[in-house]
Design a protein around this ligand. Structure first.
Ligand SMILES: *Cc1c(COP(=O)(O)O)cnc(C)c1O
Length: 397
């Protein structure tokens, strides 16, 4: 079947929640993708910051194949060696002390909110969670309550117990904390909100404030974690340790898995039966995550991200100097946002025609979240195409 056949069939049966491109991808390797018509692409989106070690990394594929043949699902009534090993590894690289494994980002955020509320009720603070304007925490009911208003419209009643303040504004958080506040939740680098990093003293200030007020600090590192910024977690750039950290996206190298990590203080508020999941942390997903973390370690991808990022930012500076359309580049590691004068979406469509998969977010931000091991050759092809497209646009505008 061709791209168009598949696109038409999809429209017949799938719930119309996604306005998709008429392209069906059928194969991937590293940072390359192939569509149903045989066209090859360079992938700068990586399944939305998911395929951190590239598509179908041989070690991840092997781990999944072997685990699928051995044992895929037990239940969380029992112990599995893969879950044991993954939890130990996550504790080691995060500096936190307890792990709960889930199937997605939203489920992880929901879990974090439940844990924070349990802690809050046991410690007499209550259940309110303060989050940030322009944040994104998922698309389930509680996670839209914590996120942008635009995702809440039409889904009322929205769960109660959430309050929002401007990002990077410490005084606003301080003013919003009351006797009912259990936690402050934020992305150290806002992803969907346009790739906006937290300011250094902001996270430090939040940590201090939370300690003073007995409120928990939650970092949603679903997009910025697992090597994406050149360190295991974005928090490591800031030297600030949260009480709870949320992971998903890049954790499984493409396999669906999420995690919530917390310190012992928070863990001590949790009792048997407080939370559960059927699939969460199953041997198959855990094996994929173990292999992914191994690859990031073995291939020293954090160091590589830092090098690639510096080089890429330099190249962008050249393009920014050359084209009025480009304003600035921001972000850390390989979580970059290029601010444009006009809407970024038409550029994404043009790039797709040229065989480049990129993404637009927050209207005028071209978002790049490629695999951590993308090559400079591949990025150079992208930069040359972008340069060409920008030259055309300047002519036609
Ligand atoms: C993607 C994302 C989520 C939601 O994850 P899903 O797996 O789509 O539910 C939550 N928080 C952040 C920061 C994200 O980037």
């Amino acid at each position: 079947m061709t791209n168009q056949d598949l696109y038409t069939k999809d429209k017949e049966n799938y719930l119309p929640t996604f306005n998709r491109f008429p392209i069906a991808f059928i194969k991937g390797k590293g940072s390359r993708l192939w569509d149903a018509d045989g066209k090859e692409y360079i992938d700068l989106l990586a399944g939305i910051a998911v395929n951190n070690v590239g598509h179908c990394h041989p070690k991840v594929v092997k781990a999944i194949q072997e685990q699928a043949a051995q044992l895929m699902q037990i239940s969380n009534f029992f112990v599995s060696p893969q879950q044991v090993a993954l939890s130990e590894l996550l504790v080691k690289i995060s500096g936190l002390s307890r792990v709960f494994l889930t199937n997605s980002g939203s489920e992880s955020v929901e879990t974090a909110i439940k844990i924070a509320r349990r802690y809050g009720h046991k410690n007499g603070t209550g259940g309110k969670v303060i989050s940030m304007h322009n944040s994104f925490h998922g698309r389930t009911l509680a996670t839209i309550a914590a996120g942008q208003e635009k995702y809440q419209k039409g889904f009322e009643p929205i769960p109660a117990g959430f309050d929002q303040v401007p990002f990077n504004d410490l005084a606003a958080v301080e003013a919003a904390i009351d006797s009912n506040t259990a936690a402050i939740m934020l992305e150290p680098i806002q992803g969907e909100g346009g790739v906006v990093p937290a300011e250094n003293n902001y996270l430090e200030g939040l940590r201090k404030l939370c300690d003073e007020k007995g409120v928990l600090l939650i970092f949603d590192e679903i997009q910025c974690g697992i090597g994406r910024t050149g360190k295991w977690f974005a928090k490591d750039h800031y030297g600030v340790q949260p009480d709870i950290m949320i992971l998903a996206k890049g954790l499984g190298g493409g396999a669906p898995i999420g995690a919530v990590l917390c310190n012992e203080k928070v863990a001590s508020a949790i009792e048997f039966g407080d939370h559960g999941t059927t699939f969460g942390g199953n041997p198959l997903a855990a094996a994929a995550a173990l292999a992914t973390i191994d690859v990031i370690n073995e291939e020293q991808l954090c160091a590589r991200v830092t090098e690639t990022s510096e080089w890429l930012k330099g190249k962008f500076d050249e393009l920014i100097a050359k084209h009025d359309e480009l304003e600035s580049v921001r972000g850390l590691g390989l979580m970059l946002g290029v601010k444009m004068k006009s809407e970024a979406k038409p550029f994404v469509v043009r790039l797709l025609k040229e065989g480049i998969v990129a993404n637009a977010t927050a209207v005028n931000i071209l978002r790049l979240v490629p695999a951590l091991n993308i090559s400079r050759e591949e990025l150079t092809i992208f930069l040359e195409k972008l340069d060409e497209i920008l030259s055309e646009t300047t002519v036609t505008v």
